[in-house]
Design a protein around this ligand. Structure first.
Ligand code: B1M
Length: 222
């Protein structure tokens, strides 16, 4: 792995946001995710390899959390560091297009606060020419329904990262489908699968942002 890329991965895992951030103590005064991402882009390292490095960092901190070696504050710092990287990568994903292919109503379901993956989906989908209406995190079914009423031609995307919020996702799909049987819904997030999506009554599942784009592109507005 390229040295800069490896350092970005470590910064995400350790939650080192930028040079001035005092956390973690042993990296004080060193470049953080912010500076290293800038340097990587200036050295013509691709956004995809930088993103991949972030995912490795996130995976490692997640595994350590699973082993009770770190706790929620460490996860939060990792998320902050990843957001610092994403701020640099955003322009690469948000290539402007003239006419939107359609509307994509996106949110993390009720009870779930994880938004990094959802934000990536948002950027990539928007970069592929869709208008994204991002409702944020902890979005109750009623909020989705209110927004579908305002945007009856939209496709809905639901994200969940917790096994516990898969139930909330299922409830959201059910409530939307009861009122709007023709609205297409795609679900995604680490605990999901094609089978889980099918059981909830969703129309599609994507393991990553590109999969969401492929699903959406089947329904390009005329
Ligand atoms: Co939490 N967390 N977390 N967390 N967290 C996980 C998910 C966990 C797996 C960690 C672990 O135990 N190893 C675990 C879930 C276990 C489970 O349910 N199976 C967990 C837990 C338990 C919790 C808390 C309950 C901890 C606690 O309080 N005791 C708590 C819950 C809070 C809540 O939501 N109510 C909690 C809190 C947090 C923080 C707030 C501290 C922070 C989130 C900050 C933020 O998002 N702004 C956090 C983090 C950072 C993580 C990990 C470490 C990283 C998640 C992440 O951002 N990954 C995570 C462990 C892990 O994933 N390795 C963990 C990077 C991101 C790019 O990937 O989100 O998977 P991901 O998104 C991917 C795909 O899933 C897909 O595309 C994305 C890009 O490739 N995708 C879609 C996502 N949505 C999609 C939608 C689509 C299509 C594709 O179409 C619509």
């Amino acid at each position: 792995m390229n040295e800069l890329i490896e350092r970005i991965s470590i910064c995400v895992e350790r939650g080192k946001v930028n040079k001035t951030s005092p956390y973690p103590k042993d990296l004080a005064g060193q470049d953080g995710a912010d500076e290293l991402t800038r340097q990587a882009l200036d050295s013509n390292l691709g956004p995809d390899s930088i993103l991949q490095a972030c995912n490795v960092g996130m995976m490692k901190i997640g595994e350590r959390f699973g082993r009770n070696e770190v706790f929620v504050p460490e996860l939060l710092m990792a998320a902050k560091a990843m957001n610092a990287v994403m701020a640099h990568l955003k322009p690469f994903f948000k290539a402007g297009t003239v006419k939107a292919k359609g509307k994509f109503l996106l949110g993390t379901v009720a009870g779930d606060l994880h938004d990094i993956g959802k934000n990536l989906v948002s950027m990539v989908v928007e970069g592929n020419g869709w208008q994204v209406i991002d409702l944020g995190v902890d979005v109750k079914p009623g909020k989705f329904i209110e927004k579908i009423k305002e945007n009856p031609d939209c496709i809905v995307g639901l994200s969940a990262l917790l096994t516990t919020t898969m139930a909330s996702m299922s409830k959201t799909v059910k409530e939307i489908k009861e009122q709007f049987p023709n609205i297409k819904i795609i679900v995604g997030g680490a605990p999901l699968s094609h089978k889980a999506a099918e059981q909830m009554g969703a129309d599609g599942y994507a393991p990553d942002p590109q999969g969401a784009v492929e699903f959406l592109n089947e329904f390009i507005a005329a």
